[in-house]
Design a protein around this ligand. Structure first.
Ligand SMILES: [Zn+2]
Length: 213
C-alpha cells in the first residue's frame, strides 16, 4: 500500500483551489506522521503515545498544537488516536456517524486550521460503516437521525456497492471543504493540505484515497 503523499496532498489542494497546486511540506509531513503511526499500530497492536501527567499538564498550561485535524466516523471501532498511535495534544478529532461534513464539523475544522494552525485535514471513512449501510438500504428514520441519514444518502450518490458508497460519501465530505473560504485561502497560501482515507475495521489499516478512485 505505497501511495505518494505528494499525490494525495495535490489532490487535496486541487479540491480547494483548482489547477494550481501549491506544495505544503508541513501537510506532507503531517500525513507521513499519521501513516507512520498507523504502520506502527499495525505492527505492535498498541498505542505507545504520550499519555503521561507531564504531557497533560504541559498541554493544559501551554495550549494545544495538534499536527493534524481528523474528521471520522463516531463508530466505536474507529478510535482515531489509537489507530494513528497518537496521544494527548496530537490530533484534533471530530467524529459523527458517517463522517458527515456538517456545519458543526466544518466550523470545528476551520477552528483547527485558523487558530491551531493544523497543516492537514484528513477525512476518514471506514469499511462496514453503519451510516452508509443505512443510507444504502434506505432506512427510514425520524428526527435528527433521519436528517443525518439524509446527508449520508446524498453522500453515497448512485452507488450500490458498499465500498463505492463509502468512498462517495467520504469524497462528498472532502469536496465540501472547498466550500469554506477560510480553508480555501489557507490552501491557496500553501499552509493547509487535505487528504481522504478509508479505515479497514478488520485489518486496522488506513488506506489513502487517491484521485482516480
Ligand atoms: Zn461509520
Amino acid at each position: 500500500m505505497e501511495h505518494s503523499y505528494q499525490e494525495v496532498l495535490a489532490h487535496g489542494a486541487f479540491l480547494a483551489m483548482g489547477e494550481e497546486l501549491p506544495s505544503c511540506p508541513e501537510a506532507e509531513a503531517s500525513l507521513r506522521c499519521l501513516m507512520r503511526g498507523n504502520a506502527q499500530y499495525l505492527e505492535h497492536r498498541h498505542n505507545p503515545s504520550e499519555l503521561s501527567d507531564l504531557i497533560r499538564l504541559t498541554t493544559a498550561h501551554e495550549g494545544q498544537h495538534p499536527y493534524a485535524a481528523v474528521l471520522c466516523c463516531a463508530d466505536s471501532r474507529v478510535p482515531a488516536e489509537h489507530i494513528f498511535g497518537a496521544g494527548i495534544g496530537d490530533l484534533f478529532v471530530i467524529r459523527n456517524a458517517g463522517n458527515v461534513l456538517s456545519p458543526a464539523a466544518l466550523g470545528s475544522l476551520e477552528y483547527a486550521a485558523a487558530h491551531l494552525h493544523v497543516p492537514l485535514i484528513l477525512i476518514m471513512g471506514h469499511r462496514g460503516c453503519g451510516a452508509v449501510v443505512a443510507a444504502l438500504q434506505k432506512h427510514r428514520e425520524s428526527g435528527a437521525l433521519g436528517d443525518l441519514i439524509a446527508e449520508v444518502t446524498l453522500g453515497i450518490g448512485h452507488a450500490h456497492d458498499p465500498r463505492q458508497a463509502e468512498r462517495n460519501n467520504l469524497r462528498r465530505s472532502l469536496e465540501g471543504l472547498g466550500g469554506s473560504a477560510l480553508l480555501r485561502d489557507l490552501a491557496d497560501r500553501g499552509k493547509l493540505g487535505f487528504a481522504g482515507a478509508v479505515y479497514d475495521i478488520r485489518s486496522g489499516a488506513v488506506e489513502l484515497l487517491l484521485n482516480e478512485e
